[in-house]
Design a protein around this ligand. Sequence first.
Ligand SMILES: N[C@@H](CCC(=O)N[C@@H](CS)C(=O)NCC(=O)O)C(=O)O
Length: 199
Amino acid sequence: MMRLYSGTTCPFSHRCRIVLYEKGMDFEIIDVDLYNKPEDLAVMNPYNQVPVLVDRDLILYESNIINEYIDDRFPHPQLMPADPVMRARARLFLFRFEQELFFHVQAIEKGSQKAAEKGRQVIRDNLVQIAPVFARQKYMLGDDYTMLDVAIAPLLWRLDHYGIQLPKQAAPLMKYAERIFSRPAFIDALTPSEKVMRK
Ligand SMILES: N[C@@H](CCC(=O)N[C@@H](CS)C(=O)NCC(=O)O)C(=O)O
């Protein structure tokens, strides 16, 4: 059985929990206290961070790498596109999410007040820019829910929590977010600490 070492408020662990629940197979989630990390975390992940996935003798870290492995191992429902060109595009988007959104999440969570404010502003601007896409399509890549929706969902869930307010013009994005939040696997994947992040 796969074992996921996960942080109860960690957006990166949240991504992996979502994928595990989407697949509907057996797994174990181990909550890691990030203020008192178990010694074996640094043995499993040289960056001493969660999430970490253990599947028999395979140990993986980095949320997107973990998620692609779970998707390859349990292909139903498939979350990465099947077509090589679309798969490559999906990976490029995943990379850009890290550079343009999640890099700034780290500033909000750990940076100075000034860095956090700058992070909020960059995230707000980038989200406003992609918002019109959702007036035309249901999900990030079109009609189907994919790994891109999984990857961005933890950030959309935390907007209030991070103090990010979006203007009215981002309404299609928030409608899209509600669509993701209503998925049974999304609801099941929330920890009690995440549940209270949104009113
Ligand atoms: N790029 C990593 C980021 C993981 C990460 O930043 N994890 C944080 C919690 S959200 C962590 O373990 N922090 C503990 C530490 O850095 O001491 C991923 O996608 O998995």
